[in-house]
Write a protein that binds this ligand. Sequence first.
Ligand SMILES: *[C@@H]1O[C@H](CO)[C@@H](O)[C@H](O)[C@H]1NC(C)=O
Ligand SMILES: *[C@@H]1O[C@H](CO)[C@@H](O)[C@H](O)[C@H]1NC(C)=O
Length: 421
Amino acid sequence: MDHLSLCPLVVLLLCLVILALSKIFKTVIQDQKKSTADIPPGSHGFPVVGETLQFMLSVNSGKGFYEFVRSRRIRYGSCFRTSLFGETHVFLSTTESARAVLNNESGMFTKRYIKSIAALVGDRSLLCASQHHHKILRSRFINLFSKKSTALMVRHFDELVVDALSGWEHRGTVVLLTDLLQITFKAMCKMLISLENEEELGSLQRDVGFVCEAMLAFPLNLPWTRFHKGIMARGRVMEVLEKIIRERRNETNSHNNNYREDFLQQLLAVDSDGSASSSDHSTKLTDAEIKDNILTMIIAGQDTTASALTWMVKYLGENQKVLNILIEEQTQLAKQASHKPFLELDDLTEMTYASKMVKESLRMASVVPWFPRLVLQDCEMEGYKINKGWNINIDARSIHLDPNVYSEPHKFNPSRFDVRT
Ligand SMILES: *[C@@H]1O[C@H](CO)[C@@H](O)[C@H](O)[C@H]1NC(C)=O
Ligand SMILES: *[C@@H]1O[C@H](CO)[C@@H](O)[C@H](O)[C@H]1NC(C)=O
């Protein structure tokens, strides 16, 4: 009796054991299959967390987050993989890979939608939009880089720099990055929304600063986190922009004469013409799109420009020869243009050495150290198998300092751009 009644149980147990065994067996086989295929070298680190801890340690160490990438590239070569925040990341550092991935001719690489970034800059931002939507937004924002806008920008920037420099003479110590952030912030706000009130600029800059900090923070929205601070700051920025848009519409409708030549005005102008030429409905932007993208432009224009300028001043301080040639060129130009109150766009084309110096600074500083993409299909890169769903990162900094691409890469030498143009 006992014997019989136990039988089904034993069978069931046996079945379960076999099922479990076959599962284990299968995963072992799969693992073997995976490891015999040539996936890039690297360490997966601990289960689940991968090398996230090492990455965070590097972020918080004095050397900065790039150290994590640098040390692994030295250990594993120009293509390696790691596991961060539960995902596989591959880093690539050859010009061929960079071209293939960034040009996207194969159509196999896309931008990643990062939820925490979308929460901060807005999911209608150019940074987060889908490819179709991205095209529409881009066609609307291309005006920002028109000749007319650039010419205005040159003037504003010159005005701000001249103003700042005259103040520096009477100050003991100037923290360059802080001052440059302020200059680039003012320049962006003037160009985008004509905001010039010092008090409003101050509080807006503080809030945009919180948003920027939160972009690098762990995306945990609890009252005491940096991420939360960023989300709250985003709310305040949106309110300010909303108010500005509302006032601007009112101004435009009431036809008073203080027509502004900023980017917001261009967006709203098309908006109001919309009824006349409404054939192209899709190009009309909503207020939410305008607000998200103005915040995005402020962030993009301010931070990278200010860091690049800071590095540039450092390199010039260390290279007297370069500085002398630059001063020579600028003095010549100052003589020719002495009748003009401010620099003009045409003056920039005369600064041939200065523009090489800018390129060289951008090469050495690599303000954006790597470019992330998501892999849409299994493929092969640099002889290694790359799986669909992995993240691929083009390590721009390493390419910029590759002796096979640039001779004496650690030497600040603007003349290396003499032949290339
Ligand atoms: C690359 O091409 C694919 C296919 O056309 C597209 O889905 C993807 O969004 C493109 N990536 C980028 C970054 O534009
Ligand atoms: C629009 O502007 C006028 C003055 O130009 C002002 O009286 C009115 O309150 C404004 N309306 C809104 C909604 O801001």
